[in-house]
Design a protein around this ligand. Structure first.
Ligand SMILES: Cc1cc2nc3c(=O)[nH]c(=O)nc-3n(C[C@H](O)[C@H](O)[C@H](O)COP(=O)(O)O)c2cc1C
Length: 353
């Protein structure tokens, strides 16, 4: 199951909400997903950019995640927590003391976030580039969050290195305009991603740490920020593979049935690094796939697992439906973000003849 933000955490405290354990458990077990990713989960107060996202930076949050991990384990699946720092994809209204969001740069993200109970999209605030000597503190937040992950009973964590958030704001040459050890050369731009990964490995071991990338992210509102996708993501994948991580999760597309030009080439390159050998370094493919496409991709051997997002929102028993060729329920986009149990825990399991 792909990481899926649902904006239903309890306030104050950004605690996983009352229906979270039921929601994740419904999608676990032999009829659901074998491994689940949580919704993106900020590692520190500055890492929040959206209304009602659950965090993993306080003891209360770790305690509130416990029933979730227990319910998933009880059903027979594993659950990894997706660790998140939004960087400049945020707004002062959701920052501690109303401060500016932090980033690799002072340039604002040409994007929108949802910050209040009206669920309206507002323009991101102007960010403040992190001082060099502040960066170890951010890496430390990831490390501490991994300790909370252990306390909460997660099987592992996934570093969110995709979709325009802080890790990517350091990685991409079109966004990162720093002149210190975290900017300029490819080695420097990868430094933050690798320091965060190494901090997670230190706490959990490499076999419990995964990483998500979106090398080709077709967001029409934003320049992709990386002219050399192959060079940048190839080098990053090699460096992550050297560390023998649990998986590389590649967001291949957001649009069902559509693949961007150049996508197949970069996926093939990433597959060279994440070759699935030795029971580690799994390549997880996902994004915009129909069940038929997913079956073909898996059968072709170009990935070790397939990840589903929207189909699992609407079909908690997706595993069974795929296995038995049962009809699928369409997801209702209007209940993706915010609200209560509607569109969250009330999608039925297949009950037809
Ligand atoms: C409601 C919703 C929330 C999402 N939240 C996240 C998230 O928290 N972290 C993340 O990395 N991707 C997130 N994504 C992207 C999904 O993980 C996935 O890559 C995308 O939906 C494409 O896969 P699919 O076609 O199987 O849904 C989200 C997508 C949707 C539709």
């Amino acid at each position: 199951m792909a990481p899926l933000t649902r904006l239903r955490a309890d306030l104050p405290g950004n605690i996983p909400g009352p229906h979270a354990a039921e929601y994740y458990a419904q999608r676990s077990g032999p009829d659901g997903a074998s491994v689940l990713l949580t919704e993106a989960t900020p590692v520190c107060p500055e890492g929040h950019g959206y209304y009602r996202t659950p965090g993993l930076h306080t003891e209360a949050q770790a305690e509130a995640w416990k029933p979730v991990t227990e319910a998933v384990h009880e059903a027979g699946s594993q659950i990894f927590c997706q660790l998140w720092h939004v960087g400049r994809m945020s707004h002062s209204a959701v920052q501690p003391d109303g401060g500016a969001p932090v980033s690799s740069t002072n340039t604002p993200a040409p994007r929108h976030v949802v910050i209040g109970p009206d669920y309206k999209r507002v323009k991101c605030s102007n960010p403040r580039a992190l001082e060099t000597d502040e960066i170890p503190g951010v890496v430390e937040a990831y490390r501490r969050s991994c300790e909370f992950a252990e306390l909460a009973g997660f099987d592992g964590v996934q570093i969110h290195g995709a979709n325009g958030y802080l890790v990517e704001q350091f990685l991409r040459s079109g966004i990162n305009d720093r002149t210190d050890a975290y900017g300029g050369s490819l080695e420097n731009r990868m430094r933050f991603a690798l320091e965060v990964t190494d901090a997670a490995i230190l706490v959990l071991g490499a076999d419990r740490v995964g990483f998500r990338v979106s090398p080709i992210y077709a967001d029409v509102n934003e320049d992709r920020g990386e002219p050399d996708v192959m060079g940048t993501y190839g080098a990053l994948a090699d460096a992550l593979a050297e560390r023998n991580l649990h998986h590389l999760d590649v967001v291949e597309s957001f649009v069902v049935g559509e693949r961007e030009p150049g996508l197949d080439a970069i996926c093939a390159r990433l597959r060279l690094a994440f070759d699935g050998q030795g029971g580690q370094r799994r390549y997880v493919a996902g994004g915009g796939m129909t069940v038929e496409e997913a079956k073909a991709v898996y059968a072709s051997g170009r990935c070790d697992a397939v990840m589903f997002g929207r189909l699992l929102i609407a079909n908690p028993d997706l595993g069974r439906r795929i296995r038995e060729g049962l009809p699928l329920t369409d997801p209702d986009e209007s209940t993706f973000y915010g609200g209560g149990s509607e569109g969250y825990t009330d999608y039925p399991r297949y009950s037809g003849a």
